[in-house]
Design a protein around this ligand. Structure first.
Ligand code: PLP
Length: 446
């Protein structure tokens, strides 16, 4: 029996392991478009698009065919040394051309965590090349999620990602994030709030010593920490501060990349001017594991010189530049372009707003925020004071469980924010159905 086998042999990700021994797995058996079904045949409307990643939904024939074609032509080729393959070359070229700011080179890996890990290593390599080896520290933001390798989990600032692991590693710092719901002081405008956050970053850099800081990393819209869209002036002000000290800016576009906020990149929606960009997830609509790191010319030239003196750029993975993953990513990008899906995501912003904003009247809902197809509905203990529920009350999880019972898949991110981040192919009818099911679930939990 599959359920017993899962409990006996499968070490699950991101779950209470002990609880899983009695809960057992939800076995997903298939799906089509924005729906998946479990092994009993029950259907769920997936408003989280897998993990903010399944942007073309399930059952896309073109992606299946692109993979099959590439498997038959060339199932694998490594990229160490001077090796390459056609889909890898075409994908690196396509990404450099799509980049929101001029980028020079792309390196492929298999996951968002690896891309962020690589970005940090390249920042270190860059500063060593420039004879500033003291620049080791990386500044991320409170509540950030950047992945689960030892480095990516150190960039992350979510308590359960550190507890028990002895993380973060030394040298990873976290400054306040642009939480426009609870962050601004009484009477403070969003622009003033953004200025204050930039000042906090500046003060942190001066306290630590600019000569010790390598890079700053941020998601254009913070995802797993609670879906926080920044004030428009936030990233330009952050860039000003970083420029003052020559610090590199890494944009983690793992969620935002490829249309999620209604532009190709979250950096375009929010005026981010990064030196490096990481992306994954929707890059292949998560049909196969692939991520991309892009670096600009300034970084490339510096690390190229260093690799020349060392003799080799000592970084890369067996599956970095897997031809089948690259072929599927290329086909995904073609579909986004041919079906104008990025514009579609921008257009659906108004639809999401129309269906979700009325939830603000619900006694449990404190805030509804988002952009494009990246929205969050925050449940609170007290609407007036914005007081959060105690984590132990698990209200977010109770709402998402109630949704699940009703056939709606969402997830409480940051503990209490219900994620509405569907595939780019979602219809208005599906958004409306989902909003109705969420309302019913909130009524039930209330
Ligand atoms: N960065 C962000 C913003 C993410 O949301 C995630 C995953 O959710 C990651 C990085 C890590 O990606 P992966 O799970 O592919 O390692």
């Amino acid at each position: 029996n599959l359920r017993e086998m899962d409990i006996a042999s499968h070490l699950h990700a991101q779950t209470n392991l002990k609880a899983h021994e009695t809960t057992g797995p939800l076995i997903v058996a298939g799906g089509e478009g924005c729906y998946f079904y479990d092994d009993s045949g029950k259907r769920y409307l997936d408003m989280h698009a897998g993990l903010w990643s399944l942007s073309l939904g399930l059952g896309n024939e073109r992606l299946a065919e692109a993979a099959a074609r590439q498997f038959k032509t060339l199932a694998y080729a490594q990229t160490f040394g001077h090796r390459s393959s056609e889909p890898v070359i075409e994908l690196c070229d396509a990404l450099v051309n799509l980049a929101p700011v001029p980028m020079s080179k792309t390196m492929l890996q298999s996951s968002g965590s690896e891309a962020n890990d690589t970005a940090v290593k390249i920042a270190w390599y860059y500063w060593n090349s420039r004879n500033e080896p003291g620049r080791r520290k990386i500044i991320a933001r409170k509540r950030a999620y950047h992945g689960t390798t030892a480095v990516a989990a150190s960039l992350t600032d979510l308590p359960h990602m550190h507890a028990g692991f002895g993380l973060p590693l030394p040298g990873f710092l976290h400054v306040s994030c642009p939480d426009t719901y609870r962050g601004p002081n009484e009477g403070e405008s969003e622009a003033e709030f953004a200025t204050r956050l930039a000042e906090e970053l500046d003060a942190t850099i001066r306290r630590e010593g600019p000569e010790t800081i390598a890079a700053f990393i941020a998601e254009p819209v913070m995802g797993a920490g609670g879906i926080y869209t920044p004030p428009d002036t936030y990233f330009p002000k952050i860039r000003e501060v970083l420029d003052r000290y020559g610090i590199l800016l890494i944009a983690d576009e793992v969620i935002c990349g490829f249309g999620r906020t209604g532009s190709w990149w979250g950096s375009q929606s929010y005026g981010v001017q990064p030196d490096m960009i990481t992306s994954a997830k929707a890059l292949s609509s998560s049909y196969l594991p692939i991520s991309a790191l892009m670096i600009n010319q300034k970084i490339y030239e510096t690390i190229a010189d260093k690799s020349d003196s060392v003799g080799v750029f000592g970084h890369g993975y067996t599956y970095g530049g897997h031809p089948v993953c690259a072929a599927v990513a290329l086909e995904t990008i073609r579909i986004y372009q041919e079906d104008a899906l990025i514009d579609r995501a921008a257009g659906l912003d108004a639809v999401m707003r129309r269906h979700l904003e009325p939830l603000k009247d619900h006694p449990l809902v404190g805030d509804v925020r988002g952009r494009g197809l990246m929205w969050g509905v925050e449940v609170v203990a007290d609407k007036q004071t914005k007081k959060a529920f105690e984590p132990a009350q698990k209200v977010g999880a109770r709402v998402s469980n109630a949704c699940f019972q009703k056939g709606l898949n969402t997830r409480a991110v940051g503990g209490h924010v219900l994620a509405f981040t569907p595939a780019l192919i979602v219809t208005e009818e599906e958004i409306s159905t989902a909003a109705g099911l969420l309302t019913d679930a909130l009524d039930q939990v209330e």
